[in-house]
Design a protein around this ligand. Structure first.
Ligand code: NAD
Ligand code: ZN
Ligand code: ZN
Length: 384
């Protein structure tokens, strides 16, 4: 079958790989109909995530048709069109029982922090992902959900990660009616976080990025203010001025370890790798939230350490909340928001690329060319 194949930093290609096999009675094999490239894949592509092995297939955002099921699978049948959350979760460990599906204790033998994630290095379990024609889906009775007939497949694929992550960013931020919310990052996740902030009653939403085309998009899509940090001497001072010098009620980091904007962070985090990526957006979030405010982090920071201003966190009495999104927990609510028209996920898709051109798709998305916001990959069998 055709599959994306990681060959080292900034090098991916499409290759022929063996068709995946059932390895456990509760596995399913899914024929992919769409998969996305995510900002999280860029951390892998840029070589920032340890133990990203040559030969692995990325892709944690995908939907597809069930081709085969193991003998114990009860909730799926061959032919179902399913959306598959990016978290691989057993459904029965103490953390899954609390609906912390991103922190499953069983699905990732490599770590005790994050659970398993499709196509996200051996630090997240070493599973192959869905940027391929077929993918093995473990715990098939737990994660996959049959796509309701009235849900567009383009919306469904965005419900595997981006929409729940943006929503959870706003949820963790504990937004109270009238709050001023600052979102760092106008990528797919930041765009969704800004949109969802209104659902929690925000009074004002401000988005910060440095890509004008994304700022233009989010201004219209999420009806918010949007500013370019390159046009400011100091983004923290700018945000203080914009909030009566108190600071924002909540700040959301939807950037993570690939952040631009600070030479020191870029050199230590992304070039010399003395820390796990650049924490520029997180610094700005901590320093521009008000005293007693909340910083919600969904931007990914790879293991293990980053330099962050913990003294400011303590002295300002900031609450930090962070996690991988718990997709399965949020799906029923989010499908309702899509059905009602309050959320329109597919509007962020800018590029539809044949799987065979995966290498170009990564380059375009990584270099932010051609006004790219969200690319989806379509395997050949889904194009006929
Ligand atoms: N926690 C989760 O469950 C989860 C799920 C999906 C994605 N993520 C993470 O969310 C982050 C965003 O994902 P995405 O798909 O939107 O990625 P993306 O790369 O498309 O977007 C990131 C945006 O941040 C902007 N940016 C860079 N430096 C900045 C700075 N200092 N301040 C403000 N903006 C800055 C970039 O220009 C870009 O537009 C990534 O770190 C990704 O790994 C987390
Ligand atoms: Zn993702
Ligand atoms: Zn579990």
């Amino acid at each position: 079958m055709l599959a994306m194949n990681y060959r080292g930093p900034f090098r991916v290609r499409v290759d022929h790989k063996p068709y995946p096999e059932l390895q456990h009675p509760n596995d399913a094999i899914v024929r992919v109909t769409r998969s996305c490239i995510c900002g999280s894949d860029l951390h892998l592509y840029h070589g920032l995530v340890p133990d990203t092995r040559v030969g692995t297939t990325f892709g944690h955002e995908f939907i597809g048709i069930v081709e085969e099921i193991g003998p114990s699978v009860q909730n799926l049948k061959v032919g179902d069109h399913v959306l598959v959350p990016f978290n691989i979760a057993c459904g029965s460990c103490p953390f899954c029982k609390q609906e912390l599906y991103g922190n499953c204790h069983e699905s990732n033998p490599e770590a005790t922090a994050v659970g398993g994630i499709f196509g996200y290095s051996h630090t997240a379990g070493g599973y192959d992902g869905g940027q391929a024609e077929y993918v093995r889906v473990p715990y098939a009775d737990v994660g996959p959900m049959v796509i309701p007939a009235d849900l567009h497949p383009d919306d469904a694929v965005l419900l595997t990660d981006v929409v729940p992550t943006g929503y959870q960013a706003a949820e963790m931020a504990g937004i109270k009616p009238g709050d001023t919310v600052v979102v760092f990052g106008a990528g797919p996740v930041g765009i969704m976080a800004a949109k969802c902030a209104w659902l929690f009653g925000a009074g004002r939403v401000i988005v910060i990025d440095h890509l004008e085309y994304r700022l233009d998009f989010v201004r219209t899509y999420a009806q918010c203010e949007a500013y370019n940090f390159r046009s400011m001497n100091d983004p923290v001072l700018f945000l203080k001025k914009a909030t009566d010098y108190f600071g924002a009620d909540v700040c959301i980091d939807a950037v993570g370890s690939d952040a631009a904007g600070s030479a020191l962070q870029t050199i230590t985090g992304r070039k010399l790798m003395l820390q796990a990526g650049s924490a520029t957006a997180l610094h700005w979030a901590i320093n521009s939230v008000k005293k007693g405010g909340i910083v919600s982090i969904v931007g990914v920071y790879g293991p293990t350490d980053n330099l962050i201003p913990i003294g400011n966190v303590v002295n300002k009495g900031i609450t930090i909340r962070a996690n991988q999104a718990s997709v399965k927990r949020l799906l029923p609510k989010l499908i309702d928001h899509v059905r009602s028209g309050r959320l329109d996920p597919k509007a962020i898709i800018t590029h539809r690329v044949p799987l065979e051109e995966v290498s170009d798709a990564y380059h375009i998305f990584s270099a932010k060319l051609d006004n790219c916001i969200k690319p989806i990959l379509i395997p050949p069998s889904a194009r006929v």
